[in-house]
Design a binder for this molecule. Structure first.
Ligand code: PEP
Ligand code: MN
Length: 293
């Protein structure tokens, strides 16, 4: 009978010491001074970068208003979806993808206010268009293990924001990053955006922000890791504490959803901060990161 070898240090979910030399050889060899350069912004150890913007680039006016405000509040990058993954196949009349138009509005708002932009490619069908317009390509949680998309996205030689799958292990998360590095692109920022686990905090809170992933990632790699407390909490009142907790836990940045009038946001109206709330939080983040230096 064939003897099955079982590595006791690796019960299947955790990163084993042998992974570091094999499966995660590139991710685990990233140098401590590694910088993921997104135009003038550098994500690296010891830095705290704030990315802010709406869930969906709903209109040109909206993105210009938000860009102007978050720039003056101290954010370093602008986000906004033009293509959106939807949990259900039904779109309300409010919910529409702005596609190429949205990408242009985002890019132009970023250029007007000196903010590099990030937006999600939801599939191979829009990857090229997204890559053409953005400074950084976002791979969403639902696509973290879409290896064809990861490899193609890597080939554009643009930085990539890789969001953690809704319930993926650390090993799977880093394995996805390894795919990108293996394609010759080491410009990867990891993003914890909450995982699905049973909890009873609030019926509207869909995910739990896993702060422990931050020190866990840092034991293995020098790739920067940020969090997205907006998607994780799904509830704006919880975003400031979770954003600050992320920074305290060592995150190299946070991504915040911001909307001038959250209650009318086309997508996920419970989670964005309004412009004033975003401004106060960004200044608290900056104070906290100074304090921690
Ligand atoms: C987003 O950032 O807009 C998004 C859809 O994120 P996630 O993939 O984490 O759900
Ligand atoms: Mn979203």
């Amino acid at each position: 009978m064939m003897e099955l070898k079982f590595d006791n240090s690796n019960p299947g979910k955790d990163v084993s010491s042998s992974d570091l030399n094999t499966n995660l050889r590139m991710v685990s060899s990233v140098k401590s001074d590694h910088c993921v350069k997104v135009e003038s912004v550098c994500f690296s150890q010891g830095k705290t970068i704030v990315i802010a913007g709406p869930n969906l680039v709903e209109s040109q006016d909206l993105i210009l208003e938000i860009a102007k405000s978050v720039k003056s509040s101290g954010a370093q990058m602008l986000r906004g979806g033009a293509f959106k993954p939807l949990t259900f196949p039904y779109r309300s009349s409010k919910y529409f993808e702005t596609g190429e138009k949205g990408l242009k509005w985002l890019r132009d708002a970023g250029q007007t206010y000196g903010l590099p932009v990030v937006s999600e490619a939801t599939g191979e069908e829009n990857l090229e268009l997204v890559a053409e317009h953005v400074s950084m390509i976002q791979i969403g949680a639902r696509n973290m293990q879409n290896y064809i998309l990861l490899k193609k996205a890597a080939s554009y030689q643009k930085p990539i924001l890789l969001k953690r799958g809704l319930g993926s292990s650390l090993r799977d998360f880093l394995g996805a990053a390894e795919y990108i590095l293996h394609e010759g692109n080491d410009q990867v920022v990891l993003c914890e955006r909450g995982v699905v686990v049973p909890h009873t905090h609030r019926s509207t809170s869909r995910y739990l922000l896993d702060l422990q992933i931050i020190p866990a990632v840092k034991e293995i790699t020098n790739l920067p890791i940020i969090t997205d407390p907006s998607h994780a909490t799904f509830w704006a009142p919880w975003v400031p504490s979770m954003a600050l907790a992320s920074v305290a836990a060592g995150a190299n940045g946070v991504m915040l959803e911001v909307h001038p009038n959250p209650s009318v946001a086309a997508v996920d109206p419970l989670q964005p901060l309004d412009l004033n709330q975003a401004s106060s939080l960004i200044s608290e983040i900056s104070k906290l990161s100074q304090f921690l230096k």
